[in-house]
Design a protein around this ligand. Sequence first.
Ligand code: G3H
Length: 491
Amino acid sequence: PIHQRTLLVNGELKMWRGEVRQVRSPVYVTNEEGIQAPVEIGSYPITGKAEADEALAAAVAAYDNGRGRWPTMSVAERIACVEEFTRQILAKRREIVNLIMWEIGKSQADSEKEFDRTIVYIRDTIDALKKLDNDNSRFQIVEGTIGQIRRSPLGITLCMGPYNYPLNETFTTLIPALIMGNVVLFKPPRFGTLLFYPMLEAFRSAFPAGVINTIYGKGSELVPYLMGSGKINVLALIGSSRVADQLKKAHPKSNRLRAVLGLDAKNAAIILPDADLDLAVKECIAGSLSFNGQRCTAIKMILVHQSVAEQFLRRFADAVNALKIGMPWEKGVMITPLPDLEKCAYLTECIEDAKAQGAKVINEGGGTVVETLFKPAVVFPVKEGMKLYREEQFGPVVPIAPFEDIEDALDYIITSDYGQQVSLFGTDPHQIAALVDPLVNQVCRVNLNCQCQRGPDVFPFAGRKDSAEGTLSVHDALRAFSIRSMVAAKQ
Ligand code: G3H
């Protein structure tokens, strides 16, 4: 177990002696009596407003209204700090991967991928920044004015990542924010706090004092409190649309706040009558159920043309029944424990609500194998009025609805509160071509004959409506965390 008692504030690792939260792993091990039991894997500080104030003051002092050492450092020097940090965390790969697995129940293979993808993301960010800086340092002379166009930092950035990609998605905002010269307050997700413990010393030693400060504890109290100070310039949140709304409202001058947000989504897959069903099943399985469907990009609704619904349902239900359910370290496992019992209760409620309105679970799913290990369920036919029709279930329950006319499928997308991605399955190039524009004008990525996903990370990652604000990608994030500015003089 890791009993994390360290706060990183103003370049110091301080010992916390107050209240702590115990962390219970969602993962089970078989104990001596042969019973599958959950494991306590550690605890972390629950700090209060005084510690939040201290972290904020450290960040404000380090930024010093743009005069601090970090925001005035050369790009090359900032890159060197990030490179040093990367070297240090690479040496801790095994420890961090294990913590991802034990803390959020992600399979070992996916936990390794999450770590490795994060390292690639950091390296790609450094390469992209070198090019950007090169472009920006050029002088331009226009009508007798000579200008040096720059990218300048925005200030105090509050970064929060989600539990499903606690390392990777935190770093997709934290690293670009830092490297562009901003200073950061960082609050780890509730499930996924311990895994940052091995990195605290790397943060401390690689960056100047106050450039990165940690916040622990009750996010629902501390984060609105920090926003209320009016001193946060950038809110970087990968999380829920509801929380993002609340936090923006908590800022006294939200017009001065830049928000970089990756939020809820209800991505649909549309299966056209001429779709290659084997391919559609394969992609929809990965799209809807990898990491138990706990991905913002997951396919959370399948709209299937009624002429192929029966065939698709049979094949899809069989494929779901064949998925390996188990603990994260088991080879080939796809479905692993969910973070807590509350999540299981919510999914059961969604299934019961659909059943009460005439839908059925058409595979062997629903219910749990043991505690939070939830058997993936396929629910059909899902209709307007059922929770599963519009809510983002974020778990291993796949709603399917038939459609008769493609206009009905388009209408589902248009009337959704969300607008992240769509997957379209079909083989007629003319029909696909005709659907691409109407779809891409509703969501931010249309996937042709493949699942919805964020990567490769150099591609833009965005969303319309309640799904996002701003665009993230290796390149876009550098822009999101900076402002285009210039130094001008007369020739
Ligand atoms: O949870 C949201 C992530 O952005 C999903 O990323 O599509 O690479 O799994 P992914």
